[in-house]
Design a protein around this ligand. Structure first.
Ligand SMILES: *[C@@H]1O[C@H](CO)[C@@H](O)[C@H](O)[C@H]1NC(C)=O
Ligand SMILES: *[C@@H]1O[C@H](CO)[C@@H](O)[C@H](O)[C@H]1NC(C)=O
Length: 346
């Protein structure tokens, strides 16, 4: 009797736990109970839709075309590069930019089988369907940096140049010295160390971990002020007034699992390659790769970024003094970043 009750309780507990860790299915855009489709979208060869938004001059008029990939908890509306240039500069440079919603974000269909490689192939397919030509630029901000590393690995022959803006580092890249990686990891808030551990070692628990209320979950998701530099906090305030897309929940309208949590599992999971092993994609100087970083960034440790820049000497590393993670919103910064990318001699 006693044993049977214990067994029943155990079965109940397992069933409850199983329920609790299961993410609900995503609310697909355009499906009967999903949000409406309002964005321009292409249909990829596997049937998924990818939403995009165009900026700058028309692609027919453009001298330079770039694809912009947003960071964590953002969307195609967050393109702080060409959208921040004056009309004169846009026309002088002849620049066109297209920003996407990463799979599962905004109006792009979720991709439960997403990998590092699939994102590079999505970008290549977008370029081809939009007719951007044989070569284009890629720029990724923060977690969008993963897409750029992936393009450098899988489609380097398609790139005219690339820029990484405060790219997020995976502490488990094998090429990072263990002691340095550990030191940088320990700079993160304890709650963020835990959400990274869960994302890396127990991805099946990511949904539960970041939705339960017993322990503090990701401080990046909850915008803990400790994660932002004084300059970042100013920009956050300004952005909150300007951007209402984020407040409307558009970013994660299809569910947090296929957007935020999938991003964490891929970004901090086991990668199929190590960026520190990459070769110069432009050995004959046909293009350049830039990495911009604020020296007061609290989300991405600058000490690791400096190490990466030293190891990959073909990357043009620019550290911005006094800047945090959101430095792209500083006056004149977007113009400096775009001009450096387009000008091969810099
Ligand atoms: C994901 O991969 C599995 C196994 O390879 C496959 O059966 C499934 O159809 C894929 N799903 C999507 C949405 O691509
Ligand atoms: C890590 O170890 C290497 C080699 O033992 C040493 O040169 C370096 O200073 C150490 N770095 C840190 C941050 O402790």
């Amino acid at each position: 009797m006693y044993r049977e009750i214990t067994l029943l309780l155990l079965i109940g507990l397992v069933a409850w736990a199983y329920q609790a860790i299961q993410p609900p299915p995503p609310k697909i855009c355009g499906s009967p109970d999903g949000p409406p489709v309002t964005a321009n979208r292409i249909k990829l060869r596997d049937g998924r839709h990818l939403a995009y938004k165009e900026h700058g001059v028309s692609k027919e008029m453009a001298k330079h075309k770039l694809i912009f990939i947003h960071g964590f908890s953002s969307s195609r509306h967050d393109e702080p590069l060409v959208t921040q240039l004056s009309l004169e500069v846009v026309e002088e440079l002849g620049i066109y930019s297209v920003s996407i919603d990463k799979p599962g974000y905004g109006e792009s269909d979720p991709h439960p089988n997403r990998t590092m490689k699939s994102l590079a192939l999505d970008i290549e397919e977008l370029a081809d369907q939009l007719g951007l030509g044989s070569k284009f630029y890629v720029v990724g901000y923060s977690m969008g940096g993963h897409a750029v590393w992936s393009c450098l690995k899988y489609i380097p022959h398609r790139l005219a140049g690339a820029t990484l803006m405060a790219p997020v580092i995976n502490y488990w890249w094998p090429g990072l010295p263990a002691n340095l990686s550990k030191k940088a990891y320990n700079l993160q808030l304890p709650q963020d160390q835990w959400s990274l551990r869960v994302a890396h070692y127990m991805p099946f628990l990511v949904y539960w971990w970041n939705t339960q209320k017993l322990f503090p979950a990701s401080g990046v998701i909850s915008l803990r002020p400790e994660n932002f530099s004084p300059q970042d906090l100013q920009f956050l305030q300004k952005l909150a007034q300007k951007q209402n897309h984020r407040m409307q929940g558009m970013v994660t309208q299809q569910g947090v699992f296929e957007s935020l949590h999938r991003d964490m599992m891929i970004g901090f999971g086991k990668w199929e390659f190590d960026p520190l092993d990459l070769d110069n994609p432009f050995p004959n100087n046909e293009g350049s790769v830039h990495l911009w970083m604020g020296d007061e960034d609290r989300l991405v440790p600058v000490m690791l970024q400096r190490y990466i820049a030293r190891r990959l000497a073909w990357i043009k590393y620019k550290e911005v003094a006094g800047a945090g993670h959101l430095f792209a919103y500083a006056d004149g910064m977007s113009e400096a970043i775009v001009r450096a990318l387009l000008d091969r001699s810099k």
